[in-house]
Design a protein around this ligand. Sequence first.
Ligand code: FES
Ligand SMILES: [Fe+2]
Length: 446
Amino acid sequence: MAGYAGNARSIAALVREAEVHRDVYVDPEIFELEMAHLFPNSWVYVGHASQLAKPGDFITANIGRQPVMASRHTDGSIHVFYNRCPHKGVKIASEPCGNAGKFFRCPYHAWSFRTDGSLLAIPLKKGYESTGFGDTQANEGLSRIKNVAIYRDFIFARLSGTGVSFEDYFGPSLSTIDNMVDRSPQGKLEVVAAPIRYMHTCNWKMLVENQTDTCHPMVAHESSAGTAVKVWKREQGDSTETPMAVQLYGPFMSPYEFYEQSGIRIWPNGHGHTGVANSIHSNYSDVDGYLEQMVAAYGETRAHEILGDIRHNTVYFPNVMVKGAVQILRNFIPVAVDRTLVESWVYRLVGAPDKLYERALMYNRFINAPTSIVGHDDLEMYERAQEGLKSNGNQWINLRRLYEPDEQPDVTAVINGTSERQMRNQFHAWAKFMTMGMDKHAEVAE
Ligand code: FES
Ligand SMILES: [Fe+2]
């Protein structure tokens, strides 16, 4: 297929009730349209407020193709801008994070900007007098992104001037972020270290879909996690304690029935999570002193409620996955149609025992990193899929597992944990946010 630009109808036709066309993964034009429409129309994760602890602290990110940055101003407020000098367009910050001091200074001609983005000074300012400069957009400084939401320290932005509000976009899915933050006795998370960063040679959506794909762990991870479990069984001897590492990778070998009864919850706008009744994180050992801290902070009932909600993977459409139970966020950043930069962030629960942070870091290294026990299995599957989709044998990807003909889009529901409905949910949202505002006269998927 071809000729998608400006043609909402042909884009919507790539998503059927339980199938998607391969072009959503392999067509460079579709990728560029995702960058131009899907990402600007969506609320995209920019960073965490704890990365901007002091005035002058900044972080950089991309939303679609557009470079952005966030900074902490002297009055404590956080601002998000386009990372572009209003003079000749030079990127103001090129590092992932840093501290600008009292102001940002463009490295080309030294125009400077306060940490709220406003223009501070221009060398040889006289040359702009009586030129009409005061009426230009440049006089306002760095262009601010107006639609920014900071939810419990998580910074999101929507580039498009019109669209769905933050509250309507995420709705009840914010309960996963709530649960992750509430697991701190002080109700606070912090980023302490850089994420694990790695490039995958596949389309970004393959990683997103994998987060709720519960029919693959016992197959794709059998040779790695399965072998590790066998070795532990052989070597454990009289030991009654299961090491932390075995607790982390062992559940990947759980049978289909385990995932079936764990359940999946779907929400409107493409969000959803695995692990409703229980999850692969449910049977970790208790950490000394933690429950007492939580009870002291929240009371007996609420503390048990927070710690009893042990979700597996929550997909925040379009490209983020959160694991509340082990305080990890994975950001699947699209680079090209077949290249995805993954950032795996770990948050520390402020005020909680260090052992919990150690466990989260270990999870990130053992499960998520491409050098881990588990992560490289997934990487190979994504790369093989990207290769296999070049084949002309079949143009469609099948997502029909546990499909019900009367399925309604954009609803909240709890379903069988091996259903592919969350993937269908994501692709419904994909068609909606890809075509939103693209062609007001064309019919779009609804
Ligand atoms: S390009 Fe930034 S000051 Fe000239
Ligand atoms: Fe996996």
